[in-house]
Design a binder for this molecule. Structure first.
Ligand code: ADP
Length: 340
């Protein structure tokens, strides 16, 4: 039995060491990546049982990814190796204007050839949460495998979570991306989406609330719109609200912040039974914001995902600072025994 099963791509990110376009970059560091793989590791680091389903190449990079996942405590019994294609590679750099340059290698890559023949149905049915993204919805056979896994999760009353994760360059067209990503949206109970992704999925709405409500459907229980350093805004059937983000001492690299956030969100959901009251949701979102914020303090995604103790210590520190700020100055003086 596991708490969270994630499915989709595990890949290698080659991250440029200096800022600039990919053409300007000459030094790259090899980083394990792929949003669903990151989320599985994030959940395991936060102390919950996680499993990853998908496919990598039967090559050095594929075995490296399997090793990283297993070492992080992720169940990889549902990870397949293939000789038909290689492990996906993505070259990434941060341009001077703050945008990311991406270049994907492997068309098709091993993850795209993942098949539904031997899905671990018992593992999926035994999970409390099933999480997937949109990259594995781009082409068959991975698309059918993902949809079969989601259908099995739904049929077994497993809570289904979805992160749209926009990578337009991988889709055949903008329209295909919009309808393909919306197809995943229609199957989810819980969705984490960034403001940019939301604007893409619901064009024509300037207002975030209206955009979310325009995409609302009867299976949805929670939508969370992330806003970088500003935190997030959440929506249930009946409530909505903002939960501010945390300031960290130094932002080193925002790669994986969204995945760290999702890991925190899923662990929070595991620990708060439905129906979620607004206080529960605020607690869950603070935990997710803290996990996301801490992910920005180290380089890369998987290496930066925080452990539970670190998130809790960070939250204690933030709560202490909040209490300190809330206390009137007069009272502080009275309490200080040594004050003159
Ligand atoms: P994505 O990485 O998916 O684009 P965001 O950039 O919105 O998503 O980040 C996800 C979450 O990570 C935010 O909601 C916030 O909790 C946290 N986060 C991201 N960037 C920062 C930052 N610079 N400082 C503090 N927290 C951050």
């Amino acid at each position: 039995m596991v708490d969270v099963v994630t499915c989709g791509e595990a890949l290698i990110d080659f991250v440029a060491l200096r800022q600039g376009t990919l053409a300007e970059s000459s030094l790259f560091r090899r980083m394990p990546g792929g949003a669903p793989a990151n989320v599985a590791v994030g959940v395991a680091r936060l102390g919950r049982r996680a499993a990853f389903l998908g496919q990598v190449g039967d090559d050095e990079f594929g075995h490296f990814l399997a090793h990283v996942l297993a070492q992080s405590g992720v169940d990889i019994s549902g990870l397949r190796f293939t000789t038909e294609a290689r492990t996906a590679l993505a070259f990434v750099s941060l341009r001077e204007d703050g945008e990311r340059d991406f270049l994907f290698y492997g068309q098709p890559s091993a993850d795209m050839l993942w098949r539904s023949d031997d899905l671990p149905l018992d593992l999926i049915a035994s999970a409390r949460i099933f999480h997937f993204g949109s990259i594995s919805l781009i082409t068959d056979p991975a698309r059918s495998a993902t949809l079969a896994a989601v259908a099995h999760a739904r049929a077994n009353n497993v809570l289904v979570s979805y992160d749209p994760n926009l990578r337009l360059a991988l889709w055949p067209s903008i329209e295909a991306a919009r309808s393909g990503i919306r197809a995943g949206w229609a199957l989810a109970h819980v969705i984490k989406v960034s403001e940019e992704e939301l604007a893409f999925l619901a064009p024509g709405f300037d207002d975030v609330d209206q955009a979310v409500r325009s995409l609302w459907h009867s299976s949805l229980r929670l939508v969370v719109v992330t806003r970088g350093a500003a935190g997030c805004r959440y929506y249930t059937d009946t409530h909505q609200g903002d939960v501010p983000g945390f300031r960290v001492q130094r932002v080193v690299d925002t790669t994986g912040a969204g995945d760290g956030f999702v890991a925190g969100l899923l662990v929070g959901l595991l620990e708060h039974a439905e129906p979620w009251m607004p206080e529960d949701i605020e607690t869950i979102m603070r935990f997710a914001n803290a996990a996301g914020a801490l992910t920005t303090t180290r380089r890369g995604a998987i290496p930066a995902l925080p452990r539970r103790a670190r998130v809790e210590a960070f939250l204690d520190q933030q709560n202490g600072a909040r209490r300190g700020r809330a206390m009137p100055r007069k009272r502080l003086k009275q309490e200080g025994e040594s004050s003159s």
